[in-house]
Design a protein around this ligand. Structure first.
Ligand code: SAM
Length: 280
């Protein structure tokens, strides 16, 4: 297959810079640039878009994003060992790559990018869910991103796109699908990474909806959902008992059966209950 750019192959880059992967930083690198370009394409047309990439590492996905035409990439990397390699990529794409040596959990990411903004990342497993929850729960909606294209362990990806009635359905599915369209765009075997992780991975693509699917106060909804799934084996009337003394009446008013369990309740049902709880 044709090379996506004129920079050296990633295996050479990693060897030349002695970039051995560190487990503590969740480092599983993608070295196939045709694969990283394919992941970049999941994010759609990038020519008019600033992209946030968390954890560029040796830059495989960064190169994919730039080769696919991203207007600008802001890449946040905690591991300072990667900076010289990333500087070489920045030199090959003048004015289009900015690298921040920082912890992605500590930065005000949106301030670094001009709209429209997309987030594309092969996330470090240890902070992936935490970052996703933050991106899904901003103070205002619509959020400051148009779409998220994110690599997760397959099991986390399944929880994001899960439907009611399945074991994977829980808080993450409600949070994600209440205000975004979410789908699994690709699955990857462990061998796609160096070193290979123990589990399969998947790329999830989320597109922000202009408005939530159903009206609800985000904080009340979050509390209801957290309580309901906190004791997911219990019936709703028991799991949500602490919410209100007349919880059975409120469940009935929301169109929910008090004997159902959280995993049977569609997002619409949780939103209806959150609206009833908002009355005090
Ligand atoms: N994007 C590269 C690729 O696809 O080959 C590397 C992906 S690797 C799974 C995750 C990257 O995130 C590593 O480079 C790691 O150093 C970086 N990282 C880990 N924790 C981070 C954090 N809190 N903030 C920013 N980067 C982090």
């Amino acid at each position: 297959m044709a090379a996506i750019d004129d920079l050296p192959p990633l295996r050479e880059v990693i060897a030349a810079h002695g970039l051995s992967a560190r487990k503590a930083l969740g480092q599983n690198f993608l070295l196939d640039l045709n694969l990283t370009a394919k992941i970049a394409r999941v994010a759609g047309d990038l020519s008019d878009t600033d992209v946030l990439e968390v954890g560029p590492g040796p830059g495989g996905l960064t190169r994919g994003l730039l080769a696919e035409g991203a207007r600008r990439v802001v890449a946040v990397e905690k591991d300072a060992r990667c900076l010289p390699v990333l500087a070489e990529i920045a030199a090959a794409y003048p004015g289009r790559l900015e690298v921040l040596n920082a912890d992605a959990l500590d930065i005000d990411w949106a301030a670094q990018l001009r709209p429209p903004r997309k987030i594309v990342a092969n996330l470090p497993y240890n902070v992936g869910t935490e970052l996703l929850v933050r991106w899904l729960t901003p103070p205002e909606w619509p959020p400051q991103w148009d779409s998220l294209t994110l690599m997760f362990q397959r099991e986390v990806a399944d929880r994001i796109v899960a439907q009611p009635g399945s074991k994977a359905y829980g808080r993450l599915a409600v949070l994600a699908q209440w205000r975004a369209d979410a789908r699994i765009a690709m699955t990857l075997p462990p061998e796609a990474f160096t070193p290979p992780p123990k589990v399969r991975s998947a790329v999830v693509h989320l597109t922000a909806l202009p408005e939530p699917r159903f009206p609800a106060d985000p904080e009340i909804l979050s509390r209801v959902v957290q309580m309901a799934f906190g004791q997911r084996r219990k019936m709703l009337r028991a799991a949500l008992k602490a919410l209100a003394p007349d919880i059975e009446d409120r469940l009935a008013e929301a169109g929910l059966r008090p004997t159902d369990r959280a995993e049977q309740v569609p997002i619409e049902g949780f939103c209806a209950l959150a609206r009833i709880m908002a009355r005090g």
